[in-house]
Design a protein around this ligand. Structure first.
Ligand code: ZN
Ligand code: ZN
Length: 126
């Protein structure tokens, strides 16, 4: 299975190759997660975040209503309670979604750049 980094790199490449076709941009939660993923990796100096990749994510983000995305509600896979996505963490690999309380044991990093590791697959959660 392709990991998230490969998926977004491929999507960005296809988008560039197509002459930046709008319909190849990402939407909704996928775009929102890609944006957070790219931000975290850029802060860590990850060379995977190229100009082309950043352009793809920026263009995708310009097309979505980010408040509407984070305002959606999901049931926490841990405690079952319903929360807005802005108060939850979602795994970029397996889509497991946990509320802020249930994600706490899986947090690492510092308050400026906190990240969570999925207890299900070990993927990054945002
Ligand atoms: Zn929970
Ligand atoms: Zn996962």
């Amino acid at each position: 299975m392709e990991c998230f980094a490969e998926k977004v790199q491929k999507a960005a490449f296809d988008w560039q190759q197509s002459g930046r076709k709008t319909e190849l941009l990402w939407t909704g939660m996928t775009a929102a997660l890609a944006d957070l993923w790219a931000y975290h990796h850029e802060q860590q100096g990850d060379p995977a975040i190229t100009k082309e990749l950043a352009a793809f994510i920026t263009a995708s983000m310009e097309r979505i209503d980010i408040d509407a995305v984070w305002g959606q509600r999901r049931n926490c896979a841990g405690c079952g309670e319903r929360y807005k996505l802005e108060n939850m963490s979602t795994c970029i690999e397996c889509s497991k979604t946990l509320c802020w309380r249930c994600s706490l044991p899986y947090a690492s990093g510092n308050s400026r750049l906190i990240s969570y590791t999925c207890p299900n697959c070990g993927g990054e959660m945002y």
